[in-house]
Design a protein. Structure first.
Lengths: 291, 275
């Protein structure tokens, strides 16, 4: 573990980042806080309403439903993507052109603009023009993601698995490739089983990157907006209206600034709390590993 | 060695799980590509696995219509601006985090991380008001600055990870040899973490390129990104699938090109330099 020197002048090096992020994060957040405690009759006349909007949002079934759908969605995609990602990373070639080819092809979905991901799946899943929709219809399966809530959920989840599983694969691959060959040779000499190799050599090395994978996947799925919006528009009904979709609807569609601001702050606080938990666990592990 | 034997050995070397997974990734992309090569009449007329008469007409529409290709130019400009701004401010900060302890360093680091985790939907309306009030609405620089919200923290994280892998002795030796800090940083240190800078630039490019919500909100005409051009076409006509697919294909190309250059470091980059 590298010993760091105490140097207060280092603040000068951090200052540009501090100012820039303060401008693009703190300033807008102040606006949100401002709106969340006021009401307006228009004409830029505002008056103080205290915690009214917060109470309204926290007690509204609309927010509860969106939060419930969001948690369910994030839970499902984590339960699929993390084990699947580990499994694929374990069975990938470790080096050579095969590994490079796998990495490039697998990373491809990660680089597609999010609305294009939505467009791809919209085109792919439509029953009239899509390969998937058409095949399912030909097999006699009633599948219409614009009318059936279950079909919409399945589409959105498969789309997310398609889009993001590679992130877990790449992270696990990075962890696995840091294991020296000598470890595997030693395991072979000891006659270790495949499971033992995974449990005692590969898994411990992957733990750290897996934590990053879970953190990133959880956070990004928790703020998902564009992809489901393009495919389902939050429907049918409200069945795929996740938190971000609901918030944008409220803020820009209905221009309910007060409730939308309160919604934003509650939403942000949930994310902040969860990322703090993840961060603490992560740095605690780093400290353990350093000793 | 006979040919069937070689083929058999090749087949044995191909691994089933990754192959199936890549197949799963490629099929929707294949479908997008075939759509782009079909005329709209053929798409809506009947179902076929490949285009009967492949045509480049859809691509031609995009490359000759300024309202289409202008979107690509706008996206490229703000993505490039964002990448440069993010790297310039993140480099010294990452160095400070990787080398020194200072007042509030841990809090600052977490605060940066929290911005990477902030839902863009929360920032849509305040960003719109902020950039409108300072007269930057519908400019490339507004989108570039707004995207620093998540790209600067990311760049700091990745660069810090790569910098921590460089032994401190190098800094000290350079100091003894009489290098000033700026000369040491630009002439010795930056080349050493070259791959890290490349990876950080790649990720800034990527996350700015794929983002739509903020980019769409901050622009109307002059700086409208390609992603927004696409969504408006969907809502306006909802019909021209061929052109839409061709536009989609063209948005994938830049990513596919840059990914090739960072393929050996990409895994480490996704691990935020922490492997």
């Amino acid at each position: 573990m590298m010993q760091k020197k105490l140097n207060q002048k280092a603040w000068f090096l951090v200052l540009p980042v501090f100012l820039l992020v303060a401008f693009s994060a703190v300033l807008p957040l102040m606006t949100v806080v401002n709106y969340s405690v006021q009401d307006s009759f228009g004409n830029n006349e505002f008056y103080w309403v205290g915690a009214e909007w917060f109470e309204e949002i926290l007690n509204s079934s609309r927010f509860h439903d969106a939060l419930g759908r969001q948690l369910l969605f994030s839970g499902i995609i984590l339960a699929i993507e993390v084990p699947l990602g580990i499994w694929i990373a374990l069975s990938m070639p470790k080096k050579g052109w095969g590994a490079s080819l796998c990495l490039v092809l697998m990373a491809l979905p990660l680089l597609i603009p999010w609305n294009v991901v939505g467009t791809i799946w919209q085109i792919f899943a439509r029953a009239d023009i899509g390969l998937l929709g058409h095949t399912l219809a030909a097999m006699g399966i009633d599948y219409n993601y614009t009318q059936n809530a279950t079909a919409a959920w399945v589409t959105v989840i498969i789309m997310d698995v398609w889009h993001w599983t590679s992130l877990v694969v790449l992270l696990c691959y990075a962890g696995l490739s840091s294991i020296p060959d000598a470890f595997y040779q030693a395991a072979k000499i000891d006659g270790a089983s495949r499971w033992a190799v995974f449990r005692f050599i590969q898994f411990p090395k992957m733990q750290r990157v897996l934590l990053i994978a879970v953190l990133l996947r959880f956070m990004d799925s928790f703020m998902i907006y564009t992809e489901p919006f393009v495919v389902t528009g939050g429907g049918p009904g409200n069945s795929t209206t996740f938190l971000s979709i609901d918030l944008v609807k409220m803020a820009i569609g209905q221009f309910d600034l007060g409730p939308a601001a309160a919604f934003s702050l509650i939403y942000f606080l949930i994310v902040l709390l969860l990322s703090w938990v993840f961060y603490t666990v992560m740095t605690a592990r780093d400290a353990e590993a350093g000793q | 060695m006979s040919t069937p034997m070689t083929i058999m050995r090749l087949i044995k070397r191909i691994r089933i799980t990754p192959t199936l997974y890549i197949l799963f990734l490629m099929v929707p992309l294949y479908w997008l590509l075939t759509m782009a090569l079909k005329t709209n009449a053929e798409i809506l007329g009947g179902f076929s696995l490949w285009p009967a008469n492949p045509t480049l007409a859809n691509f031609k529409t995009i490359l000759t219509d300024p309202s289409w290709y202008g979107g690509y130019i706008n996206s490229t400009i703000y993505v490039a601006l964002n990448t440069v701004i993010s790297l310039v401010v993140a480099l010294p900060a990452a160095y400070a985090f990787s080398r020194y302890r200072f007042m509030g360093d841990k809090h600052l680091f977490f605060w940066l991380l929290s911005n990477r985790m902030a839902p863009p939907a929360v920032f849509v309306l305040p960003f719109f008001q902020l950039y409108s009030s300072i007269g930057l609405f519908d400019t490339h620089i507004a989108v570039a600055l707004a995207h620093t919200l998540f790209n600067v923290p990311l760049a700091v994280w990745i660069l810090e990870g790569f910098m921590s892998g460089i032994p401190k002795e190098i800094d000290e030796t350079a100091q003894i040899d009489g290098y000033s800090f700026s000369a040491f940083f630009t002439r010795i240190f930056m080349p050493l973490i070259g791959s890290g800078i490349g990876v950080a630039a790649f990720f800034c490019f990527m996350f700015s390129w794929v983002e739509l919500l903020i980019a769409r909100t901050l622009t109307s005409v002059d700086a409208k990104p390609i992603a927004a051009v696409m969504t408006r076409t969907v809502s306006a006509s909802g019909l021209d699938w061929g052109v839409l697919a061709a536009a989609g294909v063209l948005t994938i190309v830049p990513g596919a090109i840059v990914i090739w250059f960072v393929r050996n470091h990409i895994a480490k980059g996704f691990a935020l330099g922490r492997v």
